[in-house]
Design a protein around this ligand. Sequence first.
Ligand SMILES: [Zn+2]
Length: 192
Amino acid sequence: MPTKNPTFVTRAEAQLLKAMIWLANVKIRSTTQVEERCAREMVMAGYIATEDDFKTIKPHEVDRFREDQEELRAWLVKIAEPKEGDRAALVGEVNDFLKRKVPVAVRGDDGQRRFGPVINGLEAIYGYGVALLLDDERGLGTRLARCKAPNCGRFFLDLHPKGRPQQFCSDDHRMHYHAAKRKEERAKRMNK
Ligand SMILES: [Zn+2]
């Protein structure tokens, strides 16, 4: 069911964005943990035909995925909490990345052919996902937020906004944040 929604994404793009946010937040334990979930989601979204089309790496190379995750998080911070010039610099970086990591192709059989990106690996997921967030026409750039609780920083992407975007993971993190704030203010008053 289409909903009244100021953002614009296709069903497949919504699924890709969901996988990207999962990737940004997950505690990476193994390569298969990441590959299996991402491959399944990209098949469901129609970006690849079978899970075997998804690029995999050797289990002992899991740190490569952690580095990818670091890169993704750094990019998302530039969108969620942009400083002067961040967005423009990010556009250059992402364009360069897209050229190298996200092929486009016409796929499928007679009568079912579709043109679009081939999302066949982790880098393709977040390169394409971040590019979608940078597309002003889609209105997604302001729907990305991070939990404000100390030591959290979990990312949220709200595709069906009702009012203000989410600011905390949970009531618990909301309380942690306000407690930390009160402590900070007390300390400030003591130092006067
Ligand atoms: Zn949190």
